[in-house]
Design a protein around this ligand. Structure first.
Ligand SMILES: C[S@@+](CC[C@H](N)C(=O)[O-])C[C@H]1O[C@@H](n2cnc3c(N)ncnc32)[C@H](O)[C@@H]1O
Length: 242
C-alpha cells in the first residue's frame, strides 16, 4: 500500500484517508482483497468463482500475485459492477443474487472449483442458507466478511445496533457447513474532519446503519464522535466442506 499505510501490525492496520483519489472510498476493501488472495496456498487453480466480484479487485490481485487459473467466474448481482469488471479470456461474468433460493443452480458444481469472496457476504440475508449453498457449489472457500465491529464506536455512540453480523454469528453459520479456520483483522481509517467520515460511510458501500438516523441525530453524533478514525473489522475464513 506504499505511503497510504500509516502503521502496520499483525492485527491492526491504519490508513490515512486523503491518499489517492482513485480508490479513496475503497482503501479498506482493496487491502482486504489483497490479504484474502495472499492466503491462497497454491499458485494455480482450475476454476475460481468470485462471489460478489464487483469491479474485480480479487481478479486483479490474482494476477498481481501470480496465481494462475483456467476459468474465472465473476458473480455479482449488479450488472453495473460486472460491466466494470475486467474482461479476459477465461473470464465469465454471471449476474446472480447470492441471497436467492437456488441462486447457483445454473452454475456447474465441480470438485476442483475454489470459491473466493471479498467484502460481499456481509450482505447475506440468511448466512446459514448462503453458506449451505456455497458449500454445495464447491468444496473449498476463502471468505473475507465485514463484521459488526465495523464502525463500532460510532454505533455505540448513536445507540445503533450494527446492521451486519457479529464474528460469532458468522463463524457459527460457516461451521455448520465447513471445517474452518479464521483470522480477524482490524483496520483504522483516519480522517481530518468528522464530516468527511460521514461522507465516506455514505459512499463506501459498507453501510453503517446511519440511515436510521435523522439529520439532527447525525449532527449530534458528529459532534460527539470521539475518534479521528473509523473502525473496520473483517473476518477471514478458510473453509473445507464438511
Ligand atoms: C463492497 S463490494 C466488494 C467487491 C469486490 N469483491 C471487492 O473486493 O472489491 C460488494 C459487492 O457485492 C455485491 N453484492 C451485494 N449483495 C449481493 C448479492 N446478494 N448477490 C451478489 N452480489 C452481491 C455488490 O454488487 C458489490 O459488487
Amino acid at each position: 500500500m506504499g505511503n497510504r499505510e500509516k502503521k502496520t501490525s499483525n492485527a491492526s492496520k491504519e490508513f490515512s484517508r486523503f491518499a489517492k483519489a482513485y480508490d479513496q472510498y475503497n482503501i479498506i476493501q482493496s487491502e482486504v482483497a489483497k490479504t484474502l488472495v495472499s492466503k491462497l496456498p497454491e499458485n494455480s487453480y482450475n476454476t475460481i468463482i468470485d462471489i460478489g466480484a464487483g469491479s474485480g479487485r480479487v481478479y486483479q490481485n490474482l494476477l498481481s500475485q501470480n496465481i494462475a487459473f483456467e476459468h474465472f467466474i465473476a458473480l455479482d448481482s449488479s450488472l453495473e459492477m460486472l460491466e466494470i469488471h475486467p474482461d479476459a479470456k477465461g473470464v465469465k461474468k454471471v449476474c446472480l443474487d447470492f441471497n436467492g433460493t437456488g441462486a447457483f443452480d445454473t452454475l456447474e458444481q465441480t470438485e476442483d472449483t475454489l470459491l473466493l469472496s471479498s467484502s460481499a457476504l456481509q450482505w447475506s440475508t440468511d448466512p446459514e442458507a448462503t453458506f449451505l449453498r456455497l458449500s454445495q457449489l464447491a468444496p473449498r472457500a476463502y471468505f473475507a466478511i465485514f463484521t459488526s465491529n465495523t464502525f463500532k464506536t460510532l454505533h455505540q455512540n448513536a445507540g445503533i445496533h450494527s446492521p451486519i453480523y457479529s464474528t460469532d454469528r458468522l463463524k457459527s453459520a460457516i461451521e455448520k457447513h465447513y471445517h474452518a479456520s479464521y483470522e480477524v483483522r482490524q483496520y483504522k481509517l483516519h480522517f481530518d474532519a468528522v464530516y468527511d467520515m460521514f461522507r465516506y460511510i455514505k459512499k463506501s458501500g459498507v453501510s453503517g446503519g446511519e440511515k436510521k438516523l435523522g439529520y439532527k441525530e447525525t449532527k449530534v453524533l458528529m459532534e460527539k464522535y470521539p475518534l479521528d478514525y473509523l473502525e473496520f473489522e473483517v473476518l477471514f475464513a478458510e473453509g473445507k466442506r464438511r
